[in-house]
Design a binder for this molecule. Sequence first.
Ligand SMILES: [Zn+2]
Ligand SMILES: [Zn+2]
Length: 155
Amino acid sequence: MQVDMIKTISEKLQSHGVRPSFPRVKIYEYLFAKRSHPTVDEIYQHLSPGMPTLSRTTVYNTLNLFLKENLVHQINIDEREVRYDATVDEHGHFQCDSCRCIYDFPVNIDGLELNALGGFRIREKNLYLKGVCSRCLITIKRGIINEEVEGDKDR
Ligand SMILES: [Zn+2]
Ligand SMILES: [Zn+2]
């Protein structure tokens, strides 16, 4: 990790009232650099070879702290696993049924017509779309992979 990157991330964490310990900086860096909406397990498996003292509990607790301080968002697009996102600006998510990748896309969620909920207090606004991504569609059309997607098999 570059010194500049450590400094930038440390400042970012501090500006949210989070003490920038080494595991916290590494976890945030992974989320920020990868932008793949990883799970606790993916983060742990990626970082543990270089940090033998890291535990899944530390990763989990760190993410909860980041959530509380609005450094990350939780993504519940996949009912089987919770994912985390360092992009906290307004955007929607698309999950591919075939490769299970999650894609970000810009969307004006605040512009949604919600008059029917007048008088309600809205805590979260998420836009989750599902289908097949363009890369997988090309592969399916070529007949390389079967149209039957992973998500349907275990139902
Ligand atoms: Zn795909
Ligand atoms: Zn995202």
